[in-house]
Design a protein around this ligand. Structure first.
Ligand code: AMP
Length: 417
């Protein structure tokens, strides 16, 4: 038997109801905040990701699913959505019409990471991006929107962690100070971090290896190196979050895995999922639109790990599939044909309706209706068909009533709406 590939998974009925609930809540919340949905390809030119995410990141160095596609050269299954959203914004010159745009997109991402609980090679993200606004009010609004979604989903044990990564004007000072500390701690750093401390020292702050974590405990704080503009920006973000009741924590070592962040960076962490505790991450990336060939337009966004959020929601509440509104239980060949007709007509009128063509006994029909969790059952035998009537049973109250077959579809459509 052919099995699915490790790190990939099926989302089946039983689990999908939670996914649908999360997706509906995300769409509704984002639309309340003025976002529009966009859908983008899963495959892009590899260069898009290496240029935007950064050559020294784990994603680009070792996790991308890249293959050669004839004349098109190397293409990659997208490891994240931001690069594609930015590419699309620039390619369609959306800024010409109105530079301020708010988008969300939901779909699969691919990273060749070591699979484990909560970490997959194909996972899903709910992604939101805003272009054309550099105000700190927007940063706070975006984090507030994320908190609102989590609240609507009744997700507990989640908290926003925020930091500022400065800008190209103040970050180099911090990088220098950090590099000095890292040089003095070389013997404690893992091989990756030794390399990172040369190419991109900030990334060492992100390392999960215990000795590296210990080494960076004494790291200088980027917050002490911010320029006046970046400091004011961060102060406003914090103030607006507090004023609007968002529970957050400042984490000076939060750097995020991708190269393109500036100023506000944030993550939502949970205590419910064990090692893979990041539910969402994002931040401002004011330089990326320009770096990818567009005009100088600021931007900010975040991505929620859909799989992880769905897991949290499933742990904290029961969301079950609802059964059909009506199950038609026909007895006899003629009644079965009538049931087929009524089922189609009612479903077409928006009443979820089921029947069974297998010639079951009434007892078996009732068992099936129970299993499907039907709220009503219509019983009809060949005799009743002759008499021109059928029996409708309410499965909750157990009340029954006889209905005339004349105009039955309309009667049921009206009654069960
Ligand atoms: P990132 O794009 O790395 O900032 O990730 C944003 C969010 O996506 C994370 O906070 C996770 O919730 C989720 N995520 C990232 N990588 C994976 C993965 N391999 N499997 C499941 N979820 C992931």
């Amino acid at each position: 038997m052919i099995q699915l590939i490790k790190g990939f998974k099926d989302v089946l009925p039983g689990e999908i109801e939670v996914w649908q609930t999360v997706e509906r809540a995300a769409k509704e919340t984002f639309e309340n905040f003025g976002f529009q949905e966009i859908r983008l390809p899963i495959v892009e030119k590899s260069e898009l990701f290496s240029r935007s995410i950064g050559d020294t990141t784990d994603i680009v160095e070792k996790e991308m699913y890249t293959f050669e596609d004839g004349k098109r050269g190397h293409v990659t299954l997208r490891p994240e959505a931001t690069a594609s959203v930015v590419r699309s914004y620039i390619q369609h010159k959306m800024y010409a019409q109105d530079p301020i745009r708010k988008f969300y997109t939901i779909g699969p991402m691919f990273r060749r990471e070591r699979p484990q609980k909560g970490r997959y090679r194909q996972f899903y993200q709910i992604d939101a991006e805003v272009f054309g606004v550099d105000s700190p009010y927007l940063d706070a609004q975006l984090i507030f929107m994320l908190a609102t979604l989590l609240e609507r989903l009744k997700a507990k044990d989640v908290k926003a962690h925020i930091n500022s990564l400065g800008c190209p004007c103040c970050r180099p000072n911090f990088q220098k100070a950090l590099k000095e500390l890292l040089d003095s701690k070389k013997e404690h750093l893992c091989e990756n971090c030794l390399r990172r401390s040369e190419k991109n020292p900030l990334r060492v702050l992100d390392c999960k290896v215990p000795s590296c974590r210990e080494a960076v405990k004494e790291a200088p704080s980027i917050l002490d190196h911010l320029c006046d503009e970046c400091r004011d920006h961060f102060e406003t973000v914090k103030r607006v979050l507090t004023e609007n009741g968002v529970d957050y924590e400042v984490d000076k070592n939060l750097v995020r895995g991708l190269d393109y962040y500036t100023r506000t960076a944030f993550e939502v962490l949970t205590t419910s999922l064990g090692a893979q505790n990041a539910v969402a991450g994002g931040g401002r990336y004011d330089g990326l639109v320009k770096a990818l060939g567009g005009p100088e337009i600021p931007a900010i966004g975040f991505a929620i790990g859909f799989d992880r959020l769905a897991e949290i929601v499933a742990m904290q509440q029961t969301i079950e599939a609802t059964g059909p509104t009506l199950y038609i239980a026909p007895l006899g060949e003629k009644a079965t044909e009538a049931a087929a007709h009524w089922t189609m007509q009612l479903a077409a009128r928006g009443i979820s309706c089921e029947t069974d063509f297998g010639g079951r006994s009434l007892k078996n029909h009732m068992k099936r209706a129970d299993k499907l969790k039907a709220t009503h059952v219509l019983m009809i035998g060949d005799d009743e068909l002759e008499k021109g009537q059928a029996t409708l049973r309410n499965m909750t109250t157990r009340e029954q009533e006889d209905l005339s077959l004349d105009g039955l579809v309309e009667t049921l459509a009206e009654r069960l709406k």
